[in-house]
Structure formats: C-alpha cells, structure tokens
Design a binder for this molecule. Structure first.
Ligand SMILES: NC(=O)c1ccc[n+]([C@@H]2O[C@H](COP(=O)([O-])OP(=O)(O)OC[C@H]3O[C@@H](n4cnc5c(N)ncnc54)[C@H](O)[C@@H]3O)[C@@H](O)[C@H]2O)c1
Ligand SMILES: O=C(O)[C@H](O)[C@H](O)COP(=O)(O)O
Length: 375
C-alpha cells in the first residue's frame, strides 16, 4: 500500500505509516507522476485534486485534513468511484478563537467599544455558530445570514445579506462555491461592498475569493474600514495594496491551533481505517500546556484588558508583523515566504487549555462560555 501525504499534516509520518509506505511531500509538489502507483492521497488546502492530478493513477481514497473542500473536484472523485473524506469541524474552534483575538486587538488598538454594537455573521455553520456564541457572550447584537440554513429552518430568524452588511462588524464563514443559487465566489463585490458602514470592521477567515479583493481595495480607505484578513484571493500571490491596508493580515492560519491540526489528522486517520476495514491505533494525546494560568485584573469587561489576556495565549500582532514583511519582497520570494510562514507556524493552543482567575461572577460566565477553565 502506497500513501502520498502532505508533509504539513500533523503526525503525518508517524500515523499514516501504520497503513503502508508513506511518501511525504509539500502540498504544491504533489503531481500526477508521483501518484501513478499510489493508493491513498491525503492533502491540505493547497493541492488541487481533480482529473489533472488523478488521471491514470491508482488512487482509491482521497482525504483532506481540512474543513474547506473547494480544492477538491468532488464530481470527478465520484465519477472515478474514489472514496473521499474531509475533516469537517476540525479547526472550527481555532477559527472562532482567531476571530475573537483579532476583533479584541482591533477594538483595543482603535479604541472601539463593543457596547451596543451589532455583528453580521455570514454563514452560520460549524465556525459561524461558534462565532455567534462568542459574540453573544460579548453582548453584541447578532444578525445571522445563511440562506441555505434558513430554507431548512424557516421558523428561525435570519437576516438578508444586505442587512448583515449594515452591521458594525461583518464576518464571513461560508464555503467557497462557484455554482448555484447560493454561490459565494465574490459574494462581496463591487455592487454590495459599498453597503458596508463607514468605519465597520470586516473579517474574512473563510476563503479569499469570497470577497472581490480588487473592489474592496478601492473602497477600504474612503470608507475607513478596519480589515482583518486571514484569507486572500490568489493565495499565495496576493494583492499587496490590499495587504497594506489591512489592520490585521495573516497567511491563512486562522485554523492553525495544534488541536485544529491534530483533529484533522484524527478524522482522516479514522476515515481511512473505516475505508480499508483496518483498526490501526495511534496515540494522538497532546502534551499539557505549561504556564497556563492567566489573570484578568478588572471587575468589568474591558476591551484592552481582555485583549491583553487573549494575547498571552495568541499574540496575533506577531503574525501580522511577519505577514507585512511580504510588502518588501519581490514576487517570487513573497510567494515562497507565504508558504514558509505557514509551514513553520509557531505553536498555538486552544482556550480550553488555559485557566483564568477573576473575582467577578459575570466575567467568569463569559470565560466559561469561551471554554476557559475558571478558578
Ligand atoms: N481560515 C482558515 O484557516 C479556515 C479554517 C476553517 C475553515 N475555513 C473556511 O470556512 C468555511 C466555513 O467553515 P464551516 O466549518 O463553518 O463550514 P460549514 O459547512 O459548517 O458552514 C458553512 C455555512 O455557510 C452557509 N452558506 C453557504 N452558502 C452561503 C451563502 N451564499 N450565504 C450565506 N451562507 C451560506 C451554509 O449553509 C453553512 O451553514 C470553510 O468552508 C472554509 O472554507 C477557513
Ligand atoms: O479549510 C480549512 O480547514 C482551513 O482553511 C485549513 O486550516 C487551511 O490550512 P491548509 O490546509 O492550507 O494547511
């Protein structure tokens, strides 16, 4: 049995070698040639999997250790009777925690109070529903926009896209799709971007092409938008003039907690066992976090204090500083640098590994809701 696995998958060699000969490769270097006699292909989001890659190969199972599946031609896999598994939900908490850390950082830097503010959440699935829960804990007024979900739940309250765009904060959590009534390619475009409020915070952690980056770049300064962007059109060759204008820019790492990555491996490991009818076991237990006690020194919710606490776990400013270095490189180096930042991304652990100390019952309720251990 021959497996070809993206080298950036956590525990790739140790776990998948149990199944057979495992070749690790950078995701962008997985070719049709390499797959000629392979049985199993396990990728991340940077490998486009379709006819060009799989034609004439012996691949029978494709797994992606990611939530998004826009890099996979599912019709082709179906046509070739190739079994497919994705890792739905694996890094949903990681993205929600990124959202919160980035939002608090911008609010504290720009002296924006969250009191009486509204948030439009576009796409309320695994990630969006966690973002909604976090937003509720912060006391934000929530406008959920999700037409496919609305059709399934006609009695629940949803808002139109235009209404969601009118909020003080707008955040995107949709899959990237190119066809059909709900297609999300350029969901935000030259026709509706102008509807976003002046001074609003716009967050994209979904896929770059959900927002028409060129149209956004033209209006961002005039409308004084505060942009938090983790995903970009044409990654890794992104629009530098947009990068220049974002408050926080990161290289598609919102989902990159250790837990998020390992969950992805576990889901695909289990799917492969079930496809092959095997029962290989691997110990995916993660080490405990050292120095995991945090203190919050106020008795009220305070944007600055809260942001300081979150930055003890995840210093998003460092990610932004690293990313902005791209502005000074030539095109080829820039493209390589984007992948390098992702490959060597520092260790980030999720909130539920940390203990927060505070005397306020009200704050404890918020911290518990965010999955912190409280003391
Ligand atoms: N930046 C990152 O690191 C990162 C990490 C994980 C996921 N993602 C992206 O986030 C996306 C969402 O993840 P998820 O786990 O919440 O997916 P999900 O499938 O659980 O939820 C997506 C939701 O979007 C809704 N939707 C679809 N089309 C829509 C439209 N036109 N308008 C409004 N809503 C629409 C769906 O009905 C669904 O409820 C993924 O598809 C992936 O592309 C990015
Ligand atoms: O869809 C996802 O799960 C994320 O976008 C994922 O974290 C992207 O990371 P990559 O697969 O490119 O390493």
């Amino acid at each position: 049995m021959k497996l070809v696995v993206d080298e950036n998958i956590e525990f790739a060699k140790e776990a998948f070698s149990l199944f057979g000969q495992t070749i690790l490769l950078p995701g962008r270097e997985i070719t049709n040639e390499v797959l000629k006699d392979a049985d199993i292909l396990i990728v991340r989001s940077v490998t486009n999997v379709g006819e060009k890659l799989l034609n004439g190969t012996s691949v029978k199972f494709v797994g992606t250790a990611t939530i998004g599946t826009d890099h996979i031609d599912l019709n082709y896999l179906n046509y070739r009777n190739i079994r497919f598994a994705d890792a739905k939900g694996c890094n949903a908490f990681a993205v929600a925690e990124y959202f919160l850390t980035a939002l608090m950082k911008v609010c504290s830097d720009e002296k924006i109070s969250l009191q009486d503010k509204s948030i439009g959440i576009i796409g309320v699935g695994n990630v969006g529903s966690k973002v909604a829960k976090f937003s509720e804990l912060l006391g934000l007024k929530i406008l959920r926009n999700d037409p496919p979900l609305e059709r399934k739940n006609p009695h629940e309250k949803f808002y139109s896209l235009d209404e969601a765009l009118q909020c003080d904060i707008v955040t995107l959590h949709v899959p990237l799709t190119f066809k059909g009534y709900d297609k999300t390619f350029h969901l935000l475009n030259e026709n509706n971007l102008m509807k976003i409020k002046d001074g609003a915070i716009l967050i994209n952690t979904s896929r770059g092409a959900v927002v028409d980056n060129k149209s956004l770049r033209k209006i961002v300064t005039g409308k004084n938008l505060h942009l938090i962007f983790d995903v970009w059109e044409n990654e890794p060759d992104l629009d530098l003039s947009l990068l220049e204008r974002v408050k926080i820019g990161t290289p598609h790492i919102a989902g990159y907690t250790l837990e998020g990555k390992v969950n992805g491996t576990i889901i695909i490991f289990d799917a492969l066992n079930s496809f092959l009818g095997t029962d290989y076991q691997f110990d995916f237990t993660l080490p405990p976090v050292k120095n995991n006690i945090l203190s919050y020194n106020k008795n009220i919710f305070d944007e600055q204090e809260f942001s300081n606490l979150l930055s003890e776990i995840y210093n998003i400013e460092t990610d932004n500083d690293q990313m902005k270095k791209m502005l000074y490189f030539g095109r080829e180096d820039r493209i390589k640098y984007f992948d390098t930042m992702r490959k060597y991304y520092p260790l980030r652990r999720e909130f539920n590994n940390y203990i927060v100390k505070s005397d306020s019952q009200q704050l404890m309720k918020i911290f518990k809701g965010l999955r912190f251990k409280v003391n």
